[in-house]
Ligand binder design. Structure first.
Ligand code: DC
Length: 255
């Protein structure tokens, strides 16, 4: 790589080719082959899963549900009867757990060690378990490269808590979705009711608030918007409008 050197005259007397090391790195990596990423972070129930999948479908991009990876580790840990107070065992479990996604179904199906665990993954108890496991730094580190491997052409929509801050800090497009805790609990309550599952609304609200607090207060990769993320408050806004707002942030595809 060429180096810039400053002549004796100081500022204004550069000699030789001036190379910005950052640009040089980008050039060596051939930027046109680096798949673009849209990150969509936010708390549980903010609608990010549904919005991310719809946007990914419209763009024809890949989709990463990073929360499902933490949930999958939680499910595998449960199957193996692991002690949640034993972080070393949970880290080993993270490395050992195979996580597969079946994308060409109406609902994203998730395979844990080859077994379709989608329904178990979606349980509130699994969400709480995932949130607890996700606070262990080595678990997060173990999943980092597996998440980054989803970055493939033509592009990736990545949904989670730290997609824009830690996993894809160089993403071209970053969104942070929020909604009031009450509205998020209402949405989840309706979803569960539609599935025939009856849960107490106040319990659900309490659980959502506890999970927000745990995800936002942990020391590693806490739930927070990236400095360059666009914040969208989805309280009182339908999914189609949220999708339209996100699509507005992206360049219009060439006709
Ligand atoms: O998005 P979700 O509800 O499926 O995520 C379940 C839990 O996993 C969430 O409460 C915190 C954790 N998680 C995380 O720490 N980082 C992510 N990128 C995604 C999820």
């Amino acid at each position: 790589m060429q180096k810039a050197s400053v002549g004796a005259g100081g500022a204004g007397s550069w000699s030789g080719a001036v190379v910005d090391p950052h640009n040089a790195r980008m050039n060596n990596e051939n930027p046109s082959s680096i798949p673009p990423v849209l990150t969509i972070d936010g708390p549980s129930g903010s609608g990010k899963g549904t919005v991310s999948r719809m946007v990914a479908q419209r763009l024809g991009w890949h989709y990463l549900d990073s929360g499902a990876m933490y949930r999958a580790v939680g499910v595998a840990a449960g199957w193996a009867n692991l002690d949640l107070a034993d972080p070393a065992a949970l880290v080993r479990c993270t490395f050992d757990t195979q996580i597969g996604f079946v994308e060409d179904t109406p609902e994203l199906r998730v395979l844990v060690n080859g077994v379709d665990a989608t329904d178990e993954l979606r349980l509130e108890t699994t969400g709480a378990l995932a949130s607890a496991i996700a606070a262990i730094p080595e678990v997060r580190a173990a999943l980092k490269e597996r998440q980054r491997a989803f970055r493939e052409l033509p592009g990736l929509v990545a949904d989670g808590r730290d997609m824009g801050t830690v996993i894809f800090p160089d993403a071209s497009y970053k969104v942070f979705l929020t909604a009031s805790a009450e509205e998020r609990a209402q949405r989840r309550h309706k979803q569960l009711k539609d599935k025939g599952v009856s849960v107490n609304f106040d319990d659900l609200l309490r659980e959502i608030m506890a999970r927000d607090a745990r995800d936002a207060q942990r020391t590693v990769a806490p739930l927070k918007p990236a400095d360059d993320a666009v914040l969208i408050d989805t309280t009182g806004i339908g999914i189609d409008d949220v999708v339209a707002r996100v699509m507005d942030l992206l360049p219009v595809p060439a006709a």
